[in-house]
Design a protein around this ligand. Sequence first.
Ligand code: HEC
Ligand code: HEC
Ligand code: HEC
Ligand code: HEC
Ligand code: HEC
Length: 505
Amino acid sequence: MKARFPWFAVTQRGVSATILLSALAVAAVVAVALTALLVNIFERKQEAKVTTTRLVEVTRDTTDPAKWGVNWPKQYDAYKLTAQATRTRFGGHGGSEALPQQKIDKDPWLKRMFLGYAFSIDYRDRRGHAFMLQDQENTQRQTKPQTGSCLHCHASIMPLYRELGGGDAMKGFEQTYKIAYKDLNKKLHDMGHGQPVSCPDCHDPKTMQLIVTRPAFLVGIQKLAASETPTPFAPSIERWRAAGRKVAYDPNVEATRGEMRTFVCAQCHIEYYCSSAMPLTAPWGKGLNVDQIEVFWNETRMPDGGRFLDYKHAETGAPILKAQHPEFELWSQGVHARSGVACADCHMPYARDGATKVSDHWVRSPLLNISRACQGCHKLSEDEIKARVDLIQTRNFELMQRGGAAITALMDAVVAAKKDGATDQQLATALELQRKAQWRLDFIAAENSMGFHAPQEAARVLGEALDYARQGELAALRRGPAPAAKVAEAASVTGVVPTAASGKR
Ligand code: HEC
Ligand code: HEC
Ligand code: HEC
Ligand code: HEC
Ligand code: HEC
């Protein structure tokens, strides 16, 4: 008895019963608190376990996100929210819930730049991932024949690529540019994969780790790795180079988790060439900035050996390069990329949910979610962060509008000169400058962050666009026989193009 309950022994030695009782009470409180804590820890561990317990099996061919949603309901519920309309000053979409606003109505200079191309018929604000397939099916750009390559970024298409390639997705992909959009899309729906981007496009179904699946991305990033251009935004490429470039760079093997949090998005949010003339191409063989991509395109030949272009401008005849949403490319030039901040850090920020972290699968503008998207790193008030973004975007917007006025003036000058009887040869310099100016202006206009992803780089690109556009206007105004050397220089990428004025000095 004494040994088991020592406090009785103490009592027997004469310690007051009051002290004894208080000690007992404290011990009881501590015990209750400890138990509560243990129960809480146990529950959280259980929660964490439940989210990884599979209720249904999923494979890489399970493109229906609802099936994955049985296992991972939180991610699935958020993913479904991409069907909600979102709107910020420059992000999300204007127009109605049924149809986003036309960009070419908002900025008429865009429509004018695209004359001769399907983008002058219908080019709208983007919206959430839930709409990607239906918006592509319904765009008026489909009134022109489109290629099966379009589906690469608008559907959960990997099972179809594997089917076409006899199990080899890359082989299947390589055939699809020759297949008409309508035919390939029908096959996609017939196979039951008529889905927007879905879980197996970014996740390994066995481990749930991030993976990249898109063939055009894989080929493009391999070419980037194989080049000599520095890639501070992707250290794994530099490590792979230092290790001797033994086998082709494979992001699924080499890239860090942080890099994958960008690469999954770079499967689609990139500049590309897409037509029935050649496979879908990501132009990264020289590097990711606007000038390097221009060199890549200038060195590319059409299958018939002709000069590379997306279309001939209907009014001027200039051989135009059309830029497409280069989010990955512009991001790569900014301070966030250099600091290792990935797309998902801002567009899919974590939220704590009991013991687990859940990445927000409602992919949308970070300005709708500043506390989680930015304030984890920037200890500033929400208003201050908003104001800083707004300042960057307003400056970019205003410079871009000046670019729009300048490219319009160039086109006006060429059209007037043509009316006046100017020959193609006399206008050759002006048309080369239209190509260069428009490529830069479109690069920033088609990019969807209104300059935010790399503000200084965006300003540099717009500055060059303005300069080339005004030089082109001058060249059209002061037309004269264009010396061959001048045309060649205008077509080169790095050289400063001499104006007629500088030639006189
Ligand atoms: C440091 C944070 C940050 C990073 C990193 C980042 N973004 Fe953004 N992104 C933004 C902000 C801020 C905007 C402007 C949103 C607005 O205007 O509402 C934006 C806009 C966008 C938009 C248009 C959004 C809309 O609502 O219309 C897209 C698409 C986009 N980013 C894709 C990407 C991709 C792809 C990457 C990676 C290659 C990336 N972003 C990296 C912060 C970021
Ligand atoms: C490399 C990936 C990729 C390919 C290939 C691609 N798209 Fe897209 N598309 C995107 C991304 C990313 C967006 C959202 C960003 C934006 O709208 O700028 C988008 C937006 C759109 C939109 C909505 C906004 C708009 O432009 O009106 C339509 C419609 C569209 N694409 C049609 C097409 C068609 C038609 C093709 C084939 C000629 C095509 N896409 C090929 C990635 C791609
Ligand atoms: C399979 C191609 C694909 C992938 C992968 C992809 N996107 Fe998109 N994204 C699109 C297309 C296409 C649209 C435009 C859909 C439309 O307008 O109908 C879009 C739209 C968006 C928007 C605009 C949303 C809105 O509400 O206006 C944002 C932001 C965005 N994507 C960011 C990302 C980020 C961040 C990632 C990576 C985590 C990513 N996307 C991965 C193709 C893709
Ligand atoms: C466009 C790419 C993309 C798509 C599509 C996508 N995810 Fe994710 N998912 C991510 C990213 C990025 C992360 C963060 C991973 C990391 O940091 O390691 C993530 C993380 C996760 C995680 C780990 C826990 C967490 O939330 O961070 C789960 C589980 C998950 N996703 C489930 C899903 C399910 C289910 C779907 C389909 C409904 C889906 N994902 C679709 C990009 C995607
Ligand atoms: C993971 C951390 C991280 C996140 C998330 C993040 N940032 Fe940053 N941000 C940085 C770092 C690092 C720098 C560079 C600062 C330096 O080196 O002085 C930076 C720089 C900036 C700058 C100044 C540079 C420039 O590009 O003009 C702005 C503005 C900015 N961030 C805004 C934002 C906004 C808005 C968000 C949310 C949408 C955000 N950041 C999210 C880490 C982050």
